[in-house]
Design a protein around this ligand. Structure first.
Ligand code: URP
Ligand code: ZN
Ligand code: ZN
Length: 463
């Protein structure tokens, strides 16, 4: 590396990795990190950032978003442009969104449909998981091409909603994904039980948002988690449990790890499950918290934090799926009519880093959960770490400047945020994506169309 040709040098910050924190400098050239840890103060560089007193972090990767997704009788509010704008404004330089296969649609056609939407709009880099809703022999065959040729190594199955699959389909997808070097993300809830509960509550005129929680309580989720973990172990098929929200589901994941399935059974949780309890459904704006699985009780929240501390939960992602207030109000008097989901991508890193700054976890842990583990699990080779050769996806974080969440400071397209009024300790000062400054001191500076599709490498195949 020729030291005198840098595009950007970041000086005197504390570089945070999952395993260490140390004061150093970072040099960037052509969008890549080219030098770390040496004194670069005398090196010529086009731009210089003084990061004294600040942290230098790998940008977050949100591996669970639903941008402009047709759902719940509408389309989720944030699309690829506003979603990625919010992402960058919160220190996230890459997201993995969901392609939902249409009935009769090939996986390639479904992928292309969403790639075309994102390509001109996304301000940051992106990848996709493909949700399989209509399985047949040709889709099973196509799964291999998707992993090996298209750079998509993760599939998704839903056990709920209109695109739910039954256990037979789920098991076929699990086995095939394992053969071809893929991992399957799964939304775990017991659909027949939910359908029964919803019908019962509505017939008893129990219609408030709190019954959303009661119709999909801890047992509704944990039973499905247990079933799925059982299948994963039986087939040695890598799974990724999205948005884990309950204590007993976590116990099942822990048991699988103790039995040696640490690389097979992976669990994610989301900030909404760490920050709130089911009491939110009793609030006047309870409908805004209607998302699935619902936010559970205090015992589950405590268990999730404990699972993070002990490495049982390996990632934190947002499940960003925002809807307008007026859409959430469709179900004010019938919880089953509320579109499920909430926004939050701009607060993923700020929230987790704030919890670190308050002492609940280490900064290293926050980096591991929101960036490094995501890159490693989903085969994103060039992101998720501050290392020579990686993309210069870098966040400068100021631990001394506090941030009170108000909607007007955020950069998404929705009209409310469930974290309104939350006091965060520390804030994201700058976000770079491939060496280009996209956010600084509250101001978004990125460009739509800058984002690139990230091809991912197959997981080690058991074929
Ligand atoms: O309520 C939620 N989580 N909406 C988005 C779809 C899903 O289940 O992830
Ligand atoms: Zn889900
Ligand atoms: Zn989701």
């Amino acid at each position: 590396m020729v030291k005198d040709t840098l595009d950007l040098k970041i000086l005197n910050g504390t570089i945070v990795t999952p395993t260490e924190s140390y004061v150093g400098d970072v040099g960037v050239k052509d969008g890549k990190i080219t030098i770390i840890g040496e004194s670069l103060s005398d090196v010529v560089s086009t731009d210089t950032v003084d990061a004294s007193g600040k942290l230098i972090l790998p940008a977050a990767i949100d591996c669970h978003t639903h941008f402009e997704m047709p759902f719940g009788g509408t389309v989720s509010r944030d699309g690829y442009e506003s979603g990625s704008r919010a992402a960058l404004s919160g220190g996230c330089s890459c997201y993995i969104d969901f392609v939902i296969q249409g009935k009769g649609e090939s996986l390639r056609a479904a992928l292309k449909r969403r790639q075309d939407l994102a390509a001109t709009k996304s301000c940051c880099d992106y990848a996709f998981h493909i949700a399989i809703t209509d399985l047949n022999e040709s889709i099973l065959a196509e799964m291999e091409e998707i992993v090996q040729e298209e750079g998509v190594n993760s599939f998704k199955v839903f056990m709920v909603y209109d695109f739910a699959v039954d256990d037979g389909v789920l098991c076929q997808v699990l086995q095939r994904a394992a053969q071809v070097g893929g991992r399957v993300s799964i939304h775990c809830e017991n659909k027949p039980l939910i359908d029964y509960n919803v019908k019962k509550f509505l017939s008893e005129n129990k219609t408030s948002p709190y019954y959303h929680y009661l119709s999909r309580d801890e047992d509704v989720e944990s039973e499905a988690v247990k079933r799925v973990v059982h299948f994963a172990k039986a087939f040695k098929a890598p799974i990724y449990i999205v948005h884990l929200a309950c204590k007993d589901g976590l116990k099942e994941v822990e048991r699988a790890h103790a039995e040696g399935y640490q690389d097979i059974v992976i669990a994610e949780t989301c900030p909404q499950y760490l920050a709130f309890t089911s009491d939110v459904y009793k609030r006047d704006d309870g409908q805004n918290f209607v998302l699935s699985p619902p936010i559970k009780g205090q015992e589950s929240q405590d268990a999730l934090w404990d699972g993070i501390q002990r490495g049982i939960i390996r990632t934190v992602a947002t499940d960003h799926c925002s809807f307008l207030s007026e859409e959430k109000l469709w179900g004010k008097n019938d919880f089953s009519k509320i579109p499920n989901g909430a926004g939050g991508i701009e607060l993923l890193y700020p929230y987790m880093l704030s919890e670190a700054n308050k002492g609940r976890i280490t900064f290293n842990k926050a980096v591991e959960l929101c960036s490094a583990n995501v890159a490693q699990l989903f085969g994103i080779k060039n992101k998720g770490s501050i290392r020579v050769g990686a993309d210069a996806d870098i966040v400068i974080y100021d631990p001394s400047q506090d941030f009170v969440v108000t909607k007007d400071k955020l950069h998404d397209d929705n009209d409310h945020i469930i974290y309104e009024g939350m006091e965060l300790k520390g804030c994201v000062s700058m976000t770079f994506c491939r060496g280009v400054l996209a956010f600084k001191d509250g101001e978004f500076m990125g460009k739509s169309g800058f984002g690139r599709f990230v091809k991912r490498v197959p997981l080690s195949s058991s074929k």
